[in-house]
Design a protein around this ligand. Structure first.
Ligand code: SF4
Ligand code: SF4
Length: 97
């Protein structure tokens, strides 16, 4: 399966490293390996891989992660597979948003 990619530089994902206790939940639940634990703290290593599903936020015990679930656009990604990323859009000929 192709690796899913979101639009570059637009994710709402944020991490407050000071609040992170290094439990690893975010690394475990993220379907796109956006996080890694380094020196007992979470690090966002691939922000553009974030699909804004919200799983990391929902499983962070210290509220160190914020993300606006549902902002990610699956149609954009599928369109990019078919037409190439430079020609991708969120909808049909007229777009959806
Ligand atoms: S789930 Fe929260 S506390 Fe746990 S490693 Fe990730 S950011 Fe840190
Ligand atoms: S919102 Fe989903 S895809 Fe994005 S970092 Fe969190 S778990 Fe991963």
């Amino acid at each position: 399966m192709k690796k899913l990619r979101y639009m570059t530089g637009v994710t709402t994902l944020k991490l407050d490293q000071d609040s992170c206790v290094g439990c690893g939940n975010c690394e475990t639940v993220c379907p796109h390996a956006v996080f890694q634990i380094e020196n007992k703290k979470a690090v966002i290593t691939d922000p553009d891989g974030c699909m804004e599903c919200g799983a990391c936020q929902n499983n962070c015990p210290t509220l160190a992660i914020t993300v606006e679930p549902g902002v990610g656009c699956a149609a954009y990604i599928i369109s990019g597979w078919i037409y190439g990323r430079e020609n991708a859009s969120c909808g049909g000929p007229n777009g959806c948003c």
